[in-house]
Structures are given as structure tokens and as C-alpha cells.
Design a protein. Structure first.
Length: 286
């Protein structure tokens, strides 16, 4: 976990605690002695890929550094019903304060990692990589993209600042493919940026326009192409640009797109509609 990730995580946890605890956890304050200690185990209730363990430990330590953590499983592990991820031991007030945030984060991240691996498994024998998108939950994109990585996927751009990605609306507002690429290429040069330029195309005609200006672009996104159209496009590009397929690609269709020869396939469903993996925290007095 690098410094920037840790700092972002601490900011997130502070906001989450403000949202959840507010002026105080009145239930725990009214029912449990403040000096009482306990143990809790994080229990797996559904099979999948585990993600968010290291993040979870950092959350625990940030909220209460006196909590002892015994880690039994790691990020990326395949888990089954009944597996124990970790034990926490320490102040019961802290354990109960940590509980919901810890579960929310690890369940969400594990659900994303599990879904990502489903897509990855379908690409066995190909060189195509699965990308995430910006279709993420505001405020926790960094966690969701980390979960995609743990599940075997590849992170696309993190935000609007680390790539010039010219989508269909940009093309239409700019007045066409050529105008959009000319402006983007000039802007990148004037600003001294080293970020890549990618452009989305909706059909073979637009792709041919891009290929006539291939010196101004690094990557082309084939949006809502069929697998057959994708294969035709890949042949036209002939390795001159990095290729990416996007647009409603599912578990049922992803392999056909990979076999068409694209370098990357972006899948918004990795993060925008995934189901969390079922986990629970079970308490024990010590």
C-alpha cells in the first residue's frame, strides 16, 4: 500500500466514521462497559475471491491502533463458506465501531474481485486484458479499482486527468473525428503532457478517419461493435494502434470479442452493478 493510497484511505475512513458514528454509538455506550475487551472473527458466508483484507487491516489500525489483528487469509485468495478471514481482539467499543465499515468495504471489494475473475477466466488462452471503467461509486473509486486489480483485471484511467479519452460526445461537440484529434494532439503538445490519447469510434467509417490521423492517437475504442465488426476493425488497424472493445460486453459475449483480437475489453459491470460477497463479523467475549 503506497503513501498516496494510504492517505486517501485515511480520508475516506474519517468521513465514513463521521457519517456512521456521528456524536457517538449510543447503543454500545449504553450496553457495554467501556473497559470491556472482546474478540471477533470475520466469517465468509459465500464462495468467491477475497479482496480488501489489507485495506481492512489499515482501517482497523486507523480507528484503534490497540486492536490486535490475526490475519488468516489474504487478498486474492479463493474462499468458501465457513472460512475465517481474520480475528480482531481488543476493546469491544472499537470492534463494534469498526464492524460495519469493515464489512461494507471487504464485502464490496470481494464482490468486485469475484466478478472480475469470472471475466478473466473466460479469456483463458487469449492475450486480451479486462479493463475497469469510471462507472464507480463516488468517493471509493480507489477501492473499487484496487478490487479489480486483485481479481486479475487491469485498471483503465483513474479519472479525467490521466488520459485524453475522446468519447462520442466529445467528437460531436468538436465537429468530428479529425477536429477532435487535431485539438487533443495540439493541447497535449502545448501542455507538455505525456498522457495517451484514445478515441472512441462508432463504425468502420469513423475508424478509417482515425487511421488517416494515426500519428495523433495511441489507442482506439471500438464502441458497440459486434464481434464480427471488431474482427474486421482489428484487421484494418493491423497493430498500428492499441485496440479496446467496449459497450455492453457480458460474460456471454466477452470471449468472442477476445478471439476477434482486441488488446483490451472494458467492462463497466465490474463495478457499477456488482453484488457484494456475503461476510459477517461474529463476536466473542474474552
Amino acid at each position: 500500500m503506497d503513501r498516496n493510497f494510504r492517505e486517501r484511505l485515511h480520508q475516506f475512513v474519517a468521513l465514513a466514521m463521521l457519517e456512521d458514528v456521528g456524536e457517538g454509538d449510543h447503543t454500545t455506550l449504553s450496553t457495554v462497559a467501556t473497559d470491556q475487551s472482546g474478540e471477533a472473527k470475520l466469517l465468509v458466508k459465500e464462495s468467491g475471491v477475497l479482496a480488501g483484507v489489507e485495506v481492512g487491516i489499515e482501517i482497523i489500525q486507523y480507528i484503534d491502533s490497540t486492536i490486535e489483528v490475526e490475519k488468516l487469509l489474504s487478498d486474492g485468495d479463493q474462499v468458501s463458506v465457513g472460512d475465517i478471514v481474520l480475528y480482531m481482539r481488543g476493546k469491544i467499543h472499537s470492534i463494534l465501531k469498526i464492524e460495519r465499515l469493515l464489512l461494507n468495504v471487504i464485502q464490496r471489494m470481494s464482490g468486485i474481485a469475484s466478478r472480475t475473475q469470472e471475466y478473466i477466466d473466460l479469456l483463458e488462452g487469449t492475450t486480451t486484458q479486462v479493463l475497469d471503467t469510471r462507472k464507480t461509486t463516488p468517493g471509493i473509486r480507489f477501492l473499487e479499482k484496487e478490487a479489480v486489480r486483485i481479481g486479475g483485471g487491469t485498471n483503465h484511467r483513474f479519472g479525467l486527468y490521466d488520459m485524453i479519452l475522446i468519447k462520442d460526445n466529445h467528437v460531436d461537440y468538436a465537429g468530428g473525428i479529425v477536429a477532435a484529434l487535431d485539438r487533443a494532439f495540439q493541447y497535449r503538445s502545448e501542455k507538455g503532457l505525456t498522457i495517451p490519447i484514445e478515441i472512441e469510434v462508432r463504425n468502420i467509417e469513423e475508424l478509417n478517419e482515425v487511421l488517416r490521423a494515426e500519428d495523433k492517437v495511441d489507442r482506439v475504442m471500438l464502441d458497440n461493435f459486434s464481434p464480427e465488426e471488431t474482427q474486421e476493425a482489428v484487421k484494418l488497424i493491423n497493430g498500428r494502434l492499441i485496440t479496446e472493445s467496449s459497450g455492453g460486453i457480458t460474460l456471454d459475449t466477452i470471449r468472442a470479442y477476445a478471439l476477434a483480437g482486441v488488446d483490451f475489453i472494458s467492462v463497466g459491470a465490474l463495478t457499477h452493478s456488482v453484488k457484494s460477497l456475503d461476510l459477517s463479523l461474529k463476536a466473542k467475549l474474552i
